[in-house]
Design a protein around this ligand. Structure first.
Ligand code: OGA
Ligand code: NM2
Ligand code: ZN
Ligand code: ZN
Length: 469
């Protein structure tokens, strides 16, 4: 990494990055998380086996062109809330970097219906009986090849006791249940699934959840070489880690059109939308989107009209305008944090008002997971009670005013061969107007991906670069 490939680094006295750190260091250096950090949570255990098997062939098949309707899918009655919070989490099975753990002893706390494990190092872990029975790894209860549960919910006694718990000769934990079914749990397997706050946090980090570095206009966008990312797993890992943590990475040296699809294949599947597998941003007659004019685009996320907006966006500059066309980005999560501090009422409105008929997500920890905002496609159907209309406008305006502050906006100019990759759930991006000339068309090629695929690839790359830790 050269001096150019730098991103503002966390200042010990501030939770935001100010100094500089190389992109490759983002893997090894793990500064403490920002406590008020806002995060998303979906893990892609189901996506993993599919991506591990011959991804590129399948992704290629998915790249057939398709007809494009004149007016793509929307706008729907706007979108859920402007800020969405973490909801339910799916199961994750990535390996944790743990030393070998052995069990000293186990005992059943029958009253609480909890099993207590005492580890050789003196630590203790607690596991509810119900959870243990639910997660029995025997072939009757689990289909090992799919890592899938065969035991039905209706067959689970959620008030079960135990007959016997003991440590086996090979240091596993064995449980005999009242119906004489036996479960045997591996020590490492149990340790990894400990319910303590520390273990849960370690697991979250391992699964690439909850590591975000907030930034402002001083950000130096992390930059990598396109060819290296395509061909070198280490470079690809550094790219995706920075994409996850910083939210934006610049790639240089991409040749002709077609590269965003190729880059998507490096990860897995790209996200097909009504705009096609990939799409061309250029000044078009009868434009079916404001992006397809030479006008400016105010800071926005792409496609919040969808119930599940694309998580990641790639934009490849094929040709740039002679005049204008500069790009802008802001860190939407950082802006949301500022709004929460400066105008809590507006923050509450934007993060709770329902614009659609979907019930509010059940959230234990309210952290912003996604920003949904595209002023151009925002619907005139505003499905909120009359008295909430004015508070909605006031709040949205407060958020937009914060994101437009010069100290928050990073401006850059894309040149042919550059690809910007960014978190479309977190960043808002824009474009300054440009002068459109028929003999010098400004052309960008774009594609979307979902975070599930990106995080699956992240885990696979981490395992191939660092071993199955
Ligand atoms: C878009 C967009 C950026 C640009 O097409 O949605 O944000 O620079 N384009 O044209
Ligand atoms: N396209 C047209 O929200 C939106 O309409 C974004 C952007 C695909 C570049 C769509
Ligand atoms: Zn079983
Ligand atoms: Zn856009």
């Amino acid at each position: 990494m050269t001096e150019e490939n730098l991103v503002g680094k966390r200042n010990p006295s501030s939770k935001h990055y100010r100094e500089v750190v190389a992109l490759s260091e983002l893997w090894t250096e793990l500064p403490q998380g920002n406590h008020s950090e806002m995060w998303m949570s979906t893990l892609a255990r189901v996506a993993r086996p599919a991506l591990q098997r011959g991804t590129s062939a399948m992704a290629c098949q998915a790249l057939r062109a398709c007809g494009r309707p004149r007016r793509p899918a929307g706008p729907l009655p706007y979108c859920l809330t402007l800020m969405q919070f973490r909801g339910q989490q799916t199961l994750g099975s990535a390996a944790l970097p743990l030393a070998h753990h052995s069990v000293r002893q186990v005992r059943a706390l029958d009253e609480e219906r909890i099993m207590e494990v005492e580890w050789e190092d003196g630590g203790h872990s607690l596991y509810p009986f119900t959870w243990l029975r639910d997660n029995c790894q025997c072939p009757l209860c689990t289909l090992e090849s799919a890592q899938a549960r065969k035991l039905l919910m209706s067959g689970l006694d959620i008030n079960t006791g135990v007959d016997v718990v003991e440590v086996t000769n090979d240091n596993k934990v064995s449980i005999v249940w009242p119906d004489q079914h036996t479960s045997v749990f591996d020590a490492e397997w149990l340790k990894k699934r400990c319910f303590s706050d520390a273990a849960r946090q370690a697991m979250q980090e391992e699964l690439f959840i909850n590591k975000r570095y907030y930034w402002d206009s001083k950000l130096h966008i992390p930059t990598a070489d396109y060819q290296e990312v395509l061909h070198d797993d280490k470079a690809a890992l550094a790219w995706l880690l920075a994409l996850r943590r910083v939210g934006i990475v610049y790639l240089k040296g991409a040749p002709e059109r077609g590269q965003v699809a190729r880059l998507a294949q490096r990860i897995g599947y790209l996200r097909l939308t009504f705009y096609g597998h990939t799409w061309q941003v250029q000044d078009k007659p009868m434009a079916n989107n404001v992006a397809y004019t030479s006008g400016g685009l105010s800071l926005h996320s792409d496609y919040p009209a969808l119930h599940f907006a694309p998580g990641v966006q790639f934009l490849h500059c094929i040709t740039q305008a002679e005049e204008g066309g500069e790009s802008e980005v802001v860190d939407g999560f950082h802006m949301a944090e500022q709004l929460q501090r400066e105008d809590p009422e507006a923050f509450r409105t934007l993060s709770s008002l329902q614009f659609d008929l979907v019930p509010p997500a059940l959230c234990e920890q309210r952290r912003v997971e996604r920003i949904n905002f595209n002023n151009a496609t925002r619907d005139s159907v505003l499905d909120v009670p009359l008295q909430q209309v004015q508070p909605f406008y006031r709040s949205l305006r407060a958020y937009v005013d914060i994101m437009n502050r010069p100290e928050n906006v990073v401006t850059y100019m894309m040149m042919p061969g550059d690809i910007v990759t960014f978190d479309n759930w977190r960043l808002l991006h824009g474009r300054r107007p440009y002068v459109s000339k028929p003999d010098r068309l400004r052309q960008l090629e774009g594609a979307y991906l979902d975070w599930d695929e990106v995080m699956s690839r992240l885990r696979i790359l981490r395992n191939s670069v660092h071993g199955n830790i």
